[in-house]
Design a protein around this ligand. Structure first.
Ligand code: ADA
Length: 576
């Protein structure tokens, strides 16, 4: 939900910055302002902005100042962070506004009490980026994590102030289908006696619907079937604007908008259907990772990513392994991609973090962890549920769900997601395959498979044989569930060539991807293939990582490896 109507102060730019390795800033009163010669750019991770900060796994402070015009006095002031982490604590003019845990979902703080109208204001943010076992995703330290991507720190996404009247639209939920059904519900703060006008506009601004309803009880709803709308699909991502205008005696009090697409996505008898037609999910696991800016992928780089995915014939990706930014998913809506929106419960190397496996099992029974996992799911669904591109939720990546405790944990998350949004299928990415005890709890089975890379070294043929064996075993256990090959791939250092194909060469990566994609073609219960990964990305340091995870079909600066050309050809010969 966005509002072109509300006065806004964007806070992107150069901020003051100070590391706090001993965690003494708060005791020293840095929240009232601090001296520092260091500068950092917002939005971006701090890590690659200064080599001294690259591996910094600790606390750091940000500050900036801004002017608020006097004529805004009397309005409510909201401070919005689109993503900062791992943990942010925020002060305005020395007053604590609040805090937030988790780097990848937006949060909004009421700044009305603390803001100085007609004056300059000092905003100070404390970011704690330490890795810990009770954080999601968990780890022991910067290079000992359960997840294979860098724990970037900082204010990765935009920050801004916006101002509303005391009556405003607080949230908007929209549900559609491909035949023009439109259900919209707006929650209105202090809405007694007010009216809300719902307007649906097409791409040229022509009005297809205009309906005025009351806001008593703080809720305004419409439930109509709009004729003449064109469905949303990857081939034709038709978008409309749903505008909600809040009306009082003095006229327009607030206005919010949401871009909507009319589409249906469902799972039936082991298939997935988009707008009642079977669809094949062709694409990638991705990351939000870019040189220098880290977790913040600049708009121009996102545009290049999407054109490259289109060029390769992709129609889908998973937001591995955390919710992506609004800009990222805006392009998915705009350019037509079927997105699996994944939470931050990434547990790839989880069991290896514990010498005592009993303690690892106990982790899944800790109510604080379950609460944190639910909070991420709640926030990501609230932020992205109106998007036509989001067709499925993934509650976790590679949990050790051969363990009963982990399977029960995943079951609770799947149940919780359905209670929040029953309109979308649920999955999680499994690397336990036929040993997995949680596959029955989800609607689509997603499998991460690396035979021929982490085992059967150097033998793609043997790897593909084992892959097919395992997939068929899973299918026999769950014949009614569609299977997505959610991850498969091989590292290749760009420029390393070898004939015959050997591991780490571009040829081996290309050959493995080709063999996997062709190996599953014709298995009608396999509903898609997501290559791991779209581009090379930063990871914790280890002997198995050559600075980056090199499984990208593109380099980190988005130049193609041999595999990219091959994937384009393979995708062109797959069903759409
Ligand atoms: C796992 C994990 C990915 C990445 C991949 C790899 O499947 O889900 O994040 O680590 O393996 O490259 O090994």
């Amino acid at each position: 939900m966005r509002s072109p109507f509300r006065p806004k102060i964007e806070l992107s730019g150069f901020w003051r910055f100070k590391l706090d390795p001993r965690g003494e800033g708060e005791r020293e009163g840095w929240h009232r302002g601090f001296e520092s010669c260091d500068v950092v750019y917002v939005p971006s991770s701090w890590n690659e902005q200064n080599p001294l900060w690259d591996g910094y796994d600790g606390v750091a402070w940000y500050s900036t100042s801004f002017y608020v015009r006097k004529e805004l006095e009397g309005k409510l002031a909201w401070l919005v962070f689109k993503g900062a982490g791992y943990h942010a604590r925020v002060w305005l003019n020395g007053e604590l506004l609040g805090e937030h845990e988790g780097s990848f979902t937006q949060f909004k703080l009421d700044a009305t009490r603390a803001v100085r109208f007609g004056d300059f204001n000092l905003l100070v943010v404390r970011i704690d980026n330490r890795v810990a076992l009770d954080r999601l995703p968990p780890g022991l330290s910067f290079n000992r994590t359960a997840f294979d991507f860098l724990q970037y720190g900082g204010i990765h996404r935009p920050v801004y102030l916006e101002f509303t009247e005391r009556s405003y639209v607080d949230s908007l939920v929209v549900e559609t289908d491909h035949e023009g059904a439109l259900k919209a519900e707006a929650r209105v703060a202090n809405g007694a006696g007010l009216r809300a006008r719902f307007r649906l506009l097409d791409g040229r601004g022509a009005e297809l619907l205009s309906e005025e309803v009351g806001c008593d009880g703080g809720v305004a709803r419409v439930d109509r079937r709009v004729s003449g709308v064109k469905p949303w699909s990857p081939e034709e991502p038709n978008l409309y604007t749903l505008r909600v205008e809040l009306l009082g005696e003095r006229g327009l009090l607030d206005m919010v908008e949401e871009r909507v697409g009319f589409r249906s996505f469902k799972v039936e008898k082991g298939r997935v259907y988009l707008n009642e037609k079977p669809v094949y999910l062709k694409g990638f696991g991705r990351h939000e990772d870019f040189p220098v800016t880290g977790k913040h992928v600049p708009g121009a780089a996102l545009v290049r990513d999407f054109y490259l995915m289109k060029k390769l014939g992709a129609n889908s990706f998973r937001t591995s392994h955390y919710p992506y930014s609004d800009e990222h998913l805006d392009l998915a809506d705009e350019m037509g991609f079927l997105v699996i929106l994944e939470s931050t419960v990434c547990l790839s190397g989880f069991t290896g973090l514990f010498s005592d496996q009993a303690k690892a099992r106990e982790w899944f029974k800790d109510p604080r962890i379950l609460e944190k996992a639910k909070a991420v799911l709640r926030e990501m669904i609230e932020q992205h549920r109106n998007r036509p591109s989001v067709v499925m939720y993934s509650v976790a990546n590679e949990p050790p769900t051969d363990w009963e405790e982990a399977a029960e944990f995943v079951r609770q998350l799947a149940e919780y997601v359905r209670s929040l949004d029953p309109t979308r299928p649920v999955t999680f990415a499994s690397h336990r395959h036929s040993r997995d005890r949680a596959l029955g709890f989800v609607d689509v089975i997603s499998l991460n498979v690396y035979f021929g890379w982490y085992s059967e070294w150097g033998s793609i043929e043997e790897g593909v044989r084992r892959m097919l064996e395992e997939l068929k075993r899973v299918h026999e256990m769950h014949p009614d569930k569609p299977v997505l090959l959610a991850e498969f791939g091989a590292d290749a250092v760009a420029g390393v060539h070898w004939d015959p194909p050997v591991m780490w060469s571009e040829e081996y990566q290309a050959e493995l991807l080709k063999s996997y994609i062709e190996g599953v073609r014709g298995l009608e219960w396999v509903v898609g293939v997501h290559v791991w990964n779209f581009a090379d990305f930063r990871t914790p340091q280890s002997p198995g990582r050559a600075v980056l995870n090199r499984k990208g079909v593109f380099t980190r600066d988005r130049q193609p490896k041999l595999a990219a050309h091959l994937v384009r050809d393979l995708f062109s010969r797959l069903p759409s």
